[in-house]
Design a binder for this molecule. Structure first.
Ligand code: PLP
Length: 402
């Protein structure tokens, strides 16, 4: 007898590609040893956290062994941490934020889920430029939200006309992720300002419609510091009062397992709605089971949020992966940010290319898992040695798919 909801029966079937790679990877590693496999399938950041984390963690340990040292904290986060993150975001987002404008979450994932729980009714739509991070569909799908992918241009820039045409009265948010997983695209200030103008235009119309709810510009920024060759990541928060920024320290500080993220609202919106959205997000953070973001991680993130992992390591990996792909004759758009490549599958069939790579013990994810068939995703969260070692395997796999 079926034990779970229809939703999860379907979700499991859709997530098959990535699960297959994960299982295949485990199998190959068990058979040939960890070192024989070039695993570009997962985005688990392997660069060590900044050295400063060591001393802070010792200090946190010393402070923690006391009554309530590891106890619950306010659902929105430790007050001093909210304040530190508000300062960090004020500099980054060019808007003066206070602790009340920020809620601490269990990573960017939890920030997204909180937002969808607070704003989405069944049947509501979330527009996302495609290709996109594969979990978005589940995050909004839990609440009956429907993800509406809109294809980006050939170079993965935004197709603004297509996004505009996709907006309906049911659209709750346009969700952008820049620097982008899986493409590495960084959207320009002009592109984002056009989106913000669209949001303002739509909201101005909705104000005259009884019962209509707001349209948000939701910016998912866990890769904010990963920008190469002088590329800038524009601040979204000043662009419209309906903008919401969320992110985490999973990648920037390599603390993905510690589950610390944040969501920040434009203070003008809170002024206007009397803090309703923020109060609701905090209530949702509590009642969805997160209760509060982990307290050790919050303290650690607040203490070192202005530092980053060694970004030069990622820059070197990016250069090396570009060389490996070029030498193998694989076509790709050079990623401006994040730590992924999203190249074209030679011959056009992503599943076939992924299988040919598997024969070479190289793990990649088919682009169809991210909403675009004909491409593959490679994650550079592995050592340079592994990237270098994959070079000959890429060449043979390309030959096999021609
Ligand atoms: N958003 C994007 C685009 C991601 O790639 C990820 C993780 O890979 C997340 C959100 C969730 O990250 P976390 O919850 O660890 O911050």
């Amino acid at each position: 007898m079926q034990t779970v909801t229809d939703y999860f029966v379907q979700a499991a079937a859709k997530g098959g590609f990535i699960r297959k790679m994960f299982e295949k990877g485990l199998e190959l590693k068990a058979q040939y040893g960890e070192d024989a496999v070039c695993d570009f399938s997962l985005g688990n950041p392997d660069v060590p956290p900044p050295e400063a984390a060591r001393e802070i963690l010792h200090k946190i340990a010393d402070d923690a062994i006391r009554p309530l040292g590891l106890g619950y904290c306010p659902n929105a986060g430790i007050p001093a941490v909210r304040e530190s993150i508000a300062k960090y975001l004020s500099r980054q987002q060019e808007v003066e934020l206070a602790a009340k404008d920020v809620v601490m979450t269990a990573g960017a994932a939890s920030a997204l889920v909180d937002f969808f729980r607070a704003t989405v009714e069944p049947g509501d739509e979330i527009i996302v430029p495609s290709p996109y991070f594969v979990e978005y569909g589940n995050y909004c799908g839990h609440f009956g939200g429907v993800l509406k992918p809109v294809d980006t241009n050939e170079d993965f820039s935004l197709d603004l006309d297509a996004i505009k045409s996709a907006v309906t009265p049911k659209t709750r948010a346009i969700l952008v992720n820049s620097p982008n997983n899986p493409t590495g695209a960084i959207y320009s200030k002009a592109e984002l300002e056009s989106l913000a103008a669209l949001i303002d235009e739509v909201n101005a119309e909705r104000e005259n419609v009884p019962g209509a709810r707001a349209l948000f510009l939701l910016s998912d920024e866990p890769y904010r510091v990963f920008a190469y060759d002088g590329a800038e990541v524009p601040a979204v928060l000043p662009m419209t009062k309906y903008s919401i920024v969320l992110g985490s320290f999973s990648k920037t500080l390599s603390m993905a397992g510690e589950r610390v993220g944040y969501l920040a609202l434009n203070p003008k919106l809170s002024e206007e709605d009397g803090g309703t959205l923020m109060t609701t997000l905090i209530l949702v953070n509590r009642t969805l089971g997160c209760v509060n973001a982990p307290v050790i991680g919050q303290r650690l993130a607040a203490a070192i949020c202005n530092e980053t992992v060694d970004l030069d390591i990622y820059a070197r990996r990016r250069a090396l992966m570009a060389k490996v792909l070029t030498d193998a004759g694989v076509e790709f758009t050079m990623p401006k940010g994040a730590f992924y490549f999203f190249p074209k599958a030679p011959g056009g069939d992503d599943a076939k290319f992924v299988d040919a790579l598997l024969e070479e013990k190289i793990l990649a994810v088919p682009g169809r898992g991210f909403g675009r068939a004909g491409y593959i995703r490679l994650s550079c969260s592995v050592d340079e040695k592994i990237i270098a070692r994959s070079a000959e395997g890429f060449k043979r796999a390309v030959e096999a798919c021609k």
